[in-house]
Design a binder for this molecule. Structure first.
Ligand code: ADP
Ligand code: MG
Length: 399
């Protein structure tokens, strides 16, 4: 254990599957008092500042092409890995310019280029794998601060899916003695964390619900040359093609019980192209495809809610708290509300309502996970990832 009684200022860096850019959260993390004697003694977090930087257009394009690419040169993968390390260092410098402070540690998630959470046969063995890019040595050298990176492999190595890893933050920041708390992230993929009232960390479970913005973004790019559906205005004008949604929900991913995780491998280029083709069989209006993609996200959340979430909630009021860029898509937020409200009274919020900006939450999670690793403490929640045991996540690059 290192400096276990001291508070630390930690920068968390997150780049999600949307490949929209880099979020940096500057977080003051203080140890529980007394330090870690009960699993319910969790660190305390205070957000000191955060910045969001879009990837330069050429970088975003290459990142999207590299993800799940059937073909890319090894030289280019290596170059991209190092260039992302530089961009992460730029992003932290930008954050420190806006919020001057001395950092003690950096936690960098990196950019997922490939994620396969369940094992498949490969070369005579059985392999699950994950790969996040962004060379941590560049960050450590430029900032003069030690870096924890590469968080997912340690969970995979003990039988987990390597995702989701945000649930520890969700527990630390949102657990409540008298209220059920369900945290919904709407990034490229949708992730959901369930914290029943008065839960201990081991009662928390989480899983991916399917695409959140990924298919909407792909259709907006293909049909409207826009990166996303700003505030859900295009989806709002469209008509939902119910038969397409219904058919999609039959897919094995939606029928799987948790724990489960998804990425561009399931809902990327190929899926979106098939989805758009299906929509176009029923309607020639591209707004309808956007509305239908939005409805797919909402319906997949509704399905997960009815099957896996609602039955596990204890008899207490429930807060459903949304974070991630999709919180800005008002059409999506309305559709989700319509899906959840038939199961009872649920208060729907964004994490901003709790003082946590919805674009900062995941970056804060990686600050917390870095802090855990630095102190030799685990960061995964086995019920969330399916791991056999808690694991200390990540690799440390010393400054
Ligand atoms: N103003 C907005 N209106 C609608 N959607 C938005 C808006 N801002 C961001 N988004 C959506 O959020 C996505 C980015 O969310 P983010 O939480 O950063 O996801 P990830 O973690 O996958 O990078 C964008 O790709 C877009 O689809
Ligand atoms: Mg993002």
């Amino acid at each position: 254990m290192k400096n276990s009684s001291k508070s630390m200022t930690v920068a968390g860096i997150m780049s999600g599957t949307s490949a929209d850019g880099i979020d940096v959260a500057l977080v003051r993390i203080s140890p529980p008092r007394p330090f870690g004697t009960s699993p319910r003694d969790v660190p305390r977090l205070r957000l000191l500042g955060h910045v969001a930087l879009a990837y330069p257009a050429a970088v975003r394009k290459r990142v999207l092409q590299a993800m799940n690419a059937p073909e890319i040169s090894v030289a280019e993968l290596s170059q991209l890995h190092w260039r992302l390390g530089q961009l992460y260092a730029d992003a932290v410098e930008r954050a420190l310019k806006k919020y001057p402070m001395r950092l003690d540690l950096i936690g960098c998630h990196g950019q997922t280029i490939y994620h396969q959470g369940t094992a498949r046969r490969y070369l005579g063995g059985s392999v699950a794998c994950t790969w996040q890019m962004g060379e941590a040595s560049v960050l450590a050298a430029r900032l003069g601060v030690s870096v924890v990176s590469d968080f997912r492999p340690a969970d995979l190595a003990v039988g987990g899916q390597g995702a989701p890893l945000v649930p520890l933050l969700d527990y630390v920041a949102f657990h409540h003695a008298k209220r059920n708390r369900v945290l919904q992230n709407l990034g490229g993929i949708g992730n959901l964390t369930v914290i029943p009232a008065n839960a201990a960390p081991e009662d928390v479970f989480a899983f991916d619900t399917g695409p959140a913005n990924m298919v909407i973004d792909a259709i907006m790019t293909e049909c409207f040359q826009k990166k996303y559906d700003a505030r859900g205005a295009t989806g709002e004008r469209g008509r939902v093609l119910d038969s397409v949604v219904k058919e999609c929900l039959e897919l094995s991913f939606f029928q799987l019980s948790p724990p489960k995780s998804a990425g561009r491998e399931e809902f990327g280029r190929e899926f979106s192209a098939r989805f758009l083709a299906q929509c176009r069989k029923h309607s020639h209006r591209d707004e309808d495809a956007v509305a239908t993609a939005t409805a797919l996200t909402a319906s997949s959340i509704g399905l997960a809610w009815k099957r896996y979430v609602h039955p596990k909630l204890v008899n207490a009021p429930t807060d459903y708290i949304v974070a991630g860029g999709g919180a800005n898509n008002l059409t999506l937020m309305k559709m989700i509300h319509a899906e959840l409200s038939p199961t009872g009274k649920i208060s729907q919020h964004t994490s901003d309502d709790f003082g946590m900006p919805s674009s900062a939450k995941e970056a804060m999670a990686f600050a917390l996970l870095a802090y855990q690793t630095w102190h030799g403490l685990p960061g995964n929640l086995p019920r969330a990832t399916g791991a056999q045991r808690p694991a200390i996540l990540g690799k440390i690059t010393y400054a």
